[in-house]
Design a protein around this ligand. Structure first.
Ligand code: PEP
Length: 251
């Protein structure tokens, strides 16, 4: 049985005080019920240490939203895996569509980041997904396949237990348009089958595949009830403790 994983991608939101308030809101809410999933919060770099302190002693895990693939050096503005580990990050979101489209990250760059994260003991949340144009041209499976094959190049079967895949159709991110449970399930099943071909059935059966794209309290339960959807990567709805908690409850 795969455990469900709900992760919150805070994107470029919240200052130090807002970070404390949001985490405390989540902690308060979790006193009311026992979550049936793993919970990860991914604040901005500048709030990771604050978040780590607030999360100490809880079951909630900490993730970053990006990192660079070099260890150190003249890379102005970049953050290394060791730096993330030094502020207690356990996960790192890599390949998010905003990184791919706004910041020009290619599959090759994302692959280097994934390999470095794994080498340093960070767990990547590896995002993939097609644009609306690609879906309308029936290219969804091709696009997802290429992103997986290229992004996971040289990742061993053994290391796949340290990776979460997040299927996030680009047209559903921040748009309020969610994939239907059937659309999401179809792609998740395809990804699992692909991982069986690339690796083996053990990897395919055990890998966590989250869905992301306008997940909110109203649609979380039906998406999470699908057999191959193992959790959610949540953007907008993770910025309020109540809505994030409702999604956690949906597990
Ligand atoms: C995301 O940024 O990963 C995301 C899924 O955002 P939203 O939930 O706002 O669509």
């Amino acid at each position: 049985m795969r455990k469900k994983v709900i992760a919150g991608n805070w994107k470029m939101h919240n200052n130090v005080q807002e970070t404390k308030d949001l985490i405390n809101g989540i902690k308060e809410g979790l006193k009311e019920f026992k979550p049936n999933c793993e919970i990860i919060v991914c604040p901005t770099f500048t709030n990771l240490l604050t978040a780590a302190n607030e999360l100490a002693g809880t079951e909630i895990k900490l993730g970053a939203q990006n990192m660079f693939y070099e260890d150190k050096g003249a890379f102005t503005g970049e953050i290394s895996a060791d730096m993330l580990k030094s502020v207690c990050a356990e996960y790192v979101i890599l390949g998010h569509s905003e990184r791919r489209t706004i910041f020009g990250e290619t599959d090759e760059i994302i692959n280097k980041k994934i390999l470095k994260a794994l080498e340093k003991g960070l767990k990547p949340i590896f995002c993939i997904g097609e644009t609306l144009e690609e879906r309308e041209k029936n290219l969804t499976f091709n696009v997802v396949k290429n992103q997986i094959v290229n992004g996971l190049k040289n990742v061993s079967a053994d290391n796949m237990k340290n990776i979460i895949i997040a299927y996030e159709p680009v047209w559903a991110i921040g748009t309020g348009k969610t994939a239907t449970k059937e659309q999401a399930q179809e792609v998740h099943a395809f990804i699992r089958e692909l991982l069986k071909e690339i690796y083996n059935s053990e990897v395919a059966e055990n890998v966590i595949i989250q869905y992301g794209g306008s997940v909110k309290p109203e649609n979380a339960a039906e998406l999470l009830s699908q057999p191959d959807i193992d959790g959610a990567l949540v953007g907008g709805a993770c910025l309020k403790a109540d809505s994030f908690l409702s999604i956690i409850k949906a597990c």
